[in-house]
Structure formats: structure tokens, C-alpha cells
Design a binder for this molecule. Structure first.
Ligand code: FE2
Length: 305
């Protein structure tokens, strides 16, 4: 039975948003410094070897752990509806699920399942405690937008996210880069097929608009962080992007103006004058400037797979 706040359960789980990403570093203090002083996140809680950082209402969007610089230790997704129902439906679908209550100070119950191909633990939860952070700052990103990762094969990843977690297909570039959405935003998860690379491709944070992005870029420059690519406009997703590296060398994207689907029954992205197609439906893109950076140039390193 569904009501206005619960979508029909056509898949065992319906993810409503990306909540957080966790990754390891050799130097937690250095990464906390970068996140708080450069990206203007708020440090909400620090426990044994773990730092929880947020951009706003939720307790955390980033978890930094002491470790061996293993990128993308886990990803957390918030789900529609009751977590016990989700657990039952996942088991009915034949998936091993572990229920944990000790993974984050702000989340009493988390379902953990393994992402196919990568083995990365995926956390599912129904709500986080509030961070207590209020107010406006000129710099801080609005939210964690997406996490892009390498995977050996696209299909198992795509099947897992679409058939089990309720994601929808947004775009594919060539036969190696897929974009998946769990709400109006063009993608919350994207995967690049690679037999030689693994881990995180990049983490992306959303900026309000171009002025917000520019303010942050000036702030990055003042702190000696230089762009490695952009500003440009992606074709798939049409977000204006910039990329720089955090102190560990993880690629960090700051973006704005990402495509959105507000009416799933229509199936196309809200029309924008910079689109190539009118209307713009999810599609498989040729690998060229239009798909990757319509403002030019292509960054060959970003296309390695
Ligand atoms: Fe991205």
C-alpha cells in the first residue's frame, strides 16, 4: 500500500538520496583541515579515527577514516519507507543483508549489503540525526551530489542499482560510463568500467549557482588549490564542472546546473537551452567533446578506463 509520501515498491528498495561517502586517509587531521578550511564543511563529530563532516541538515555527508588511503570505503543511501520492510524485501529477493547499529553515531540502524563487482559496502538507512548546523555561509557546497567509481563491468552494477535499489538509468557514454539517478538529479551514482583501475573516480559536491562556484574557486586559489580540469560543461548531465584534487589526490568535482527530471512519467530532463536534444531523454552518447565537455577541451586522463 502506498500513500503520497511512499512510492510504489516496484523494487525491493527505493533509494531517495545519496547520504554520505566514507573513505580512508593516512592523515585524518590534514583531510579535516581541507574539508573545514577549504571546502567549508562543518566537523560535527570526531571519534576514534573517524571524522564526520556535513554541509547542512544531516549529521554527515562525509566520513573520513584513519587507514591506508583506500578510496570509497562505503556509500550511504537514504531510503523511502520503513527499514524493516526494506530488509524483508531484500531477503525475499535473495540478498544477504546485515543490520548494524554501530556504524554511525547519528544512525540507529543501517542495512549493509555488498556492491557487486567492487565489494564496497552499501549502507541503507531511513534517516540521520540532525547535524545542528544552521545558517548561511557564502562558501559551503549545498550537498554531496554524487560519487563516481570504477567497476570491472557496468552491467552487474547497473542491475544492482536499478533492479534492487530503485535507481533509474540517466545516460551512458560509449560503453563504459553509466549515470544513475535516485531522485530528480541526473545522477547520484556513476560507474566507469575498468579492468585496470579501482576505487573512487571522483566525489562531487553541488554549488548553488555559477556565482557560488566562482566564489569557491577564488577561495581554492587563495589556499593554493588549482583546477586540474574545467570550468566546462558535461554533455551527459549538462552540469557545469570543475575538478581539483584534495590533499590525498582524490578528484573533487564542484558542479552546478545538473540536469533534473521532475516528472518521471514524461521521462525527459527539464528542457534547457544548452541541451543537444529537445526534449533531452536519457541516451547513449558518442565519446566526443559534446558528451564530455561541450566547452572543450576533453581531458584524456578523465576518460581512461
Ligand atoms: Fe561528476
Amino acid at each position: 500500500m502506498s500513500d503520497s509520501t511512499t512510492p510504489p515498491a516496484s523494487t525491493p528498495v527505493t533509494v531517495s538520496k545519496i547520504g554520505y561517502v566514507g573513505f580512508e586517509t593516512l592523515d585524518v587531521d590534514r583531510m579535516v583541515d581541507y574539508y573545514t578550511k577549504v571546502l567549508d564543511f562543518v566537523l560535527v563529530e570526531r571519534t576514534n579515527g573517524e571524522a564526520f563532516l556535513t554541509t547542512g541538515f544531516d549529521h554527515h555527508a562525509v566520513v573520513i577514516q584513519q587507514g591506508q588511503t583506500k578510496a570509497r570505503s562505503f556509500v550511504g543511501y537514504e531510503v523511502w519507507g520503513d527499514l524493516a520492510d526494506a530488509q524483508r524485501r531484500l531477503r525475499d529477493a535473495g540478498y544477504a543483508v546485515e543490520r548494524r547499529s554501530d556504524l554511525a553515531p547519528s544512525i540507529p540502524a543501517v542495512l549493509v549489503l555488498e556492491e557487486p563487482g567492487t565489494g564496497v559496502p552499501i549502507h541503507l538507512y531511513d534517516a540521520q540525526a540532525s547535524s545542528g548546523v544552521e545558517g548561511y555561509t557564502p562558501l559551503r557546497p549545498t550537498k554531496l551530489g554524487h560519487v563516481a567509481a570504477f567497476t570491472p563491468d557496468l552491467k552487474p552494477s547497473q542491475d544492482f542499482y536499478q533492479d534492487l535499489l530503485g535507481f533509474k538509468w540517466s545516460d551512458t557514454i560509449g560503453d563504459f560510463f553509466v549515470f544513475l539517478r535516485c531522485n530528480a538529479d541526473h545522477h547520484a551514482a556513476n560507474f566507469m568500467a575498468s579492468k585496470t583501475r579501482e576505487g573512487m573516480h571522483h566525489i562531487a559536491y553541488e554549488m548553488r549557482d555559477l556565482n557560488h562556484l566562482q566564489t569557491m574557486l577564488d577561495h581554492l586559489a587563495k589556499n593554493n588549490y588549482r583546477l586540474e580540469w574545467g570550468p566546462g560543461r558535461h554533455g551527459a548531465g549538462h552540469n557545469i564542472f570543475t575538478y581539483h584534487q584534495d590533499p590525498d589526490g582524490n578528484d573533487i568535482e564542484l558542479f552546478t546546473q545538473i540536469d533534473m527530471i521532475h516528472d518521471e512519467s514524461k521521462g525527459y530532463f527539464e528542457p534547457r537551452p544548452w541541451h543537444e536534444d529537445f526534449p533531452q531523454y536519457p541516451k547513449t552518447w558518442e565519446v566526443d567533446l559534446i558528451a564530455v565537455n561541450s566547452w572543450g577541451p576533453i581531458n584524456p586522463d578523465k576518460l581512461v578506463h
